[in-house]
Ligand binder design. Structure first.
Ligand code: NAD
Length: 352
């Protein structure tokens, strides 16, 4: 039986993977995150399974391969934390789960927006204390306002549909616009200038790192609400903090944070040394931070487990890998392809 070293296990992962596995793999569940010191746990395993904040640099890749791991199954959509050049060099195949429930993430973005705008977090705290005052809880109608969607892939398009349902005007920016989406595309500067709500749904890439920064925040419509359920690195947190403090923007709903890996997914309430920017952000009344939980629905967890195990089944059966991410594909197109063309041509040593 093939063995999987499963890193960063939470009770909900174990439940969904045990249900999907049906005894076909020997899954060794480890609580620790995959990074250099935890690599020895994968000794003798055929596959490793990791999540969004794992630190998969060249040393980790080399260490996994040395210990017998042939395939790294990312149980997430994003892959900015993997050194693909190293994966290619050492011959480690990398697969992911490109879509498990875009609805889960888009609906969480809507939840952040509604909570922020209608001050539900404050109202809930007040009524628990028998304070039924409405002072300071005024929101705005979403109907008739403009939503700017950055990144119009699976999640961005669903969020656009939700905004349309509210009667909002939707405009979009994407480096690769999709004419079939029926969306009105504008330049990023125009989107920032026109939108009452800006929601980020593009991947974290070198070219999107800090796309929301002091300069771009200087171009936004006053009072704009920023929603980020994509990746923390899209936003320069210091610049965001400054814009919030100076009242340039109305609020921020953040499911991701650029330095989240040290904090998110764990109870850090007993840690005295805090991250200053994160502490200031969570203390602001017009900021809501959730701990990268937009994916967390029963449906998404079941799909993550099913697709991850199917990816491994395909790999061990020598079948084409629909969800492989290949260094050469990434380099040539900027977008991962379904199935690796370079692999078929024998050009990608990592995926032969
Ligand atoms: P997707 O690949 O379907 O869509 C991404 C879109 O971004 C595409 O339309 C692409 O053309 C566009 N894009 C690429 N480069 C761009 C650029 N430079 N500028 C603007 N747009 C660009 O991905 P998806 O499934 O919609 O997921 C979007 C993001 O959501 C992922 O990258 C991931 O980081 C994040 N995510 C977060 C969670 C969570 O729990 N918070 C869960 C899943 C995914």
């Amino acid at each position: 039986m093939k063995k999987i070293a499963f890193f960063e296990t939470k009770p909900y992962d174990r439940e969904s993977f045990d249900r999907a596995n049906q005894g076909r793999y020997d899954i060794c569940y480890f609580e620790t995150r995959l990074k250099a010191p935890s690599v020895p746990l994968a000794e003798g395993c055929d596959a490793a399974c990791a999540f969004v904040n794992a630190e998969i640099d060249a040393k980790v890749v080399e260490g996994l391969v040395k210990r017998g791991v042939k395939i790294l199954a990312m149980r997430c959509a994003g892959y900015n934390n993997v050194d693909f050049e190293a994966a290619c060099k050492y011959g480690l195949t990398v697969v992911r789960v490109p879509a498990y429930s875009p609805y889960a993430v888009a609906e969480h973005a809507a939840a952040l927006l509604l909570t922020l705008n209608r001050h539900i977090h404050k109202a809930s705290a007040r009524t628990r204390d028998f304070n039924f005052s409405l002072v300071g809880l005024t929101g705005f109608d979403l109907h008739g306002k403009t939503a700017g969607i950055v990144g119009t892939g699976k999640i961005g398009r669903i969020f656009a549909d939700i905004c349309n349902g509210f009667g909002m005007k939707v405009i979009a920016y994407d480096a690769f616009p999709n004419p079939a989406s029926g969306l009105e595309y504008v330049a990023l500067d125009e989107l920032l200038a026109q939108s009452d709500v800006v929601s980020l749904h593009c991947p974290l890439l070198p070219e999107t790192h800090h796309m929301i920064n002091a300069e771009t925040l200087g171009k936004v419509k006053p009072g704009m609400v920023l929603i980020n359920t994509s990746r923390g690195g899209l936003v320069d947190s210091e610049a965001l903090l400054a814009a919030l403090r100076h009242g340039k923007i109305g609020g921020a709903g953040l499911d991701v944070y650029e330095e989240e890996s040290e904090w998110f997914y764990e109870d850090r309430s007993d840690v005295t040394r805090q991250n200053k920017t994160l502490s200031l952000l969570v203390s602001m009344p017009n900021v809501i931070v959730t701990s990268h939980q937009a994916f967390l629905t029963h449906e998404a967890l079941a799909n993550i487990a099913d697709t991850t195990l199917q990816n491994l089944d395909d790999y061990f059966a020598g079948k084409p890998l629909e969800n492989e991410i290949c260094y050469h594909c990434l380099k040539s197109g900027g977008q991962p392809k379904a199935g690796c063309v370079q692999r078929a041509k024998g050009l990608c040593p990592g995926n032969r």
